[in-house]
Design a protein around this ligand. Sequence first.
Ligand code: NAD
Ligand code: UFG
Length: 351
Amino acid sequence: MKPTKKVFVTGGAGYIGSHTALSLLEAGYDVVVLDNLCNASQEALHRVEQLAGRALTFIEGDIRDRACLDKLFREHDIHAVIHFAGLKAVGESVSAPLAYYDTNVNGSITLCQAMLQAGVFRLVFSSSATVYGPEAPIPYIESMPRGATSNPYGASKSIVEQVLDDLVRSDERWSIAMLRYFNPIGAHSSGMIGEDPQGTPNNLMPYIAQVAVGRRSTLTVFGNDYATADGTCVRDYLHVMDLAEGHVSALDRLTLPGSHIYNLGTGQGLSVLQMIEAFERVSERQIPYQFASRREGDLAAFWADPSKAEKELGWQALRGLDEMIADTWRWQRQNPNGYRTEINTTSQGTS
Ligand code: NAD
Ligand code: UFG
């Protein structure tokens, strides 16, 4: 019998990482998660195991801790690494740049050094559409150059992409996929795992969901004077399970040496007001909102050209807007306080 391949997932207790860990287990991989739990709960992984019907290995640790990484690689025969671990709040990165460069850049370099020593050369890296910069024409295409970045978070993603490009040029054993995510939303259809931001959500969809469930009174819409059809910003929202499955598809691509960039998005742009209207329709809840001035650093509109991922990975976002919202809403109402909510099976499915 063929041995099961083991995938090392950094940041696997987080939002995208936990959904990807589930997809990996379902695809037949074994999974080792390393997470320092600075923005996640181990409860997410217990629920992933419940959903998958089998266990994964969890190690509480930091990607900047070289000794911890070396031990992990000694103890596990790792086929490939999927690297989610990082800090992701754009605004916070402006006030705490050193923490962002340390975790996102230094952490990624430490990980690659440990991989090199262990002889593991397959890597999938979480990049972001933000690396295209403010001047790129839409839709974004992978062949466009990386643009200017207006905050340390975006800069850290751009720098790591450059480091990885240089790494593959230096040594042809490396095979690296850099996945540029657009705007992931939604949750697993069971409502058992989902996005659980600490404190006030920075992103639109978790904020809307917390208003709908009564945790917050009013949504603030940042700007209604953009040059878009209704004046609010336009983004390419994709279902987190589609994104998770994109990582499984990317793993298959890691037989080819070099670095490979893929946009993971739907190719369709939706405005903030369209998102609010759709949430109200699907959840049958009202979302009170008020307009405020623009949020610094926001671009008016961008979305992906996802055709390269379709052609080369055979991947496409399959789930539509209503499904993304229905799944967000199911997660939020079953877990009004995120992973701090006790699961009460009798209340599941009720609103
Ligand atoms: P998340 O915060 O839910 O997950 C990140 C995980 O990394 C968390 O579980 C956190 O505890 C862990 N972590 C942070 N620093 C660590 C460290 N030093 N050592 C070990 N673990 C550490 O975020 P997410 O939304 O799941 O994002 C995952 C990745 O995707 C991040 O790299 C993020 O920058 C990138 N990304 C996210 C989005 C998005 O909209 N969510 C968009 C583009 C790119
Ligand atoms: N928005 C509001 N009110 C809120 C939150 C957001 O009006 O309370 C608006 C924003 O102004 C923006 C849109 O909703 O117009 C989407 O904002 P998000 O914060 O949900 O998403 P962003 O597009 O700003 O950022 C996301 C990720 C970043 C990543 C970027 C580009 O959070 O990590 O996409 O890939 F860098």
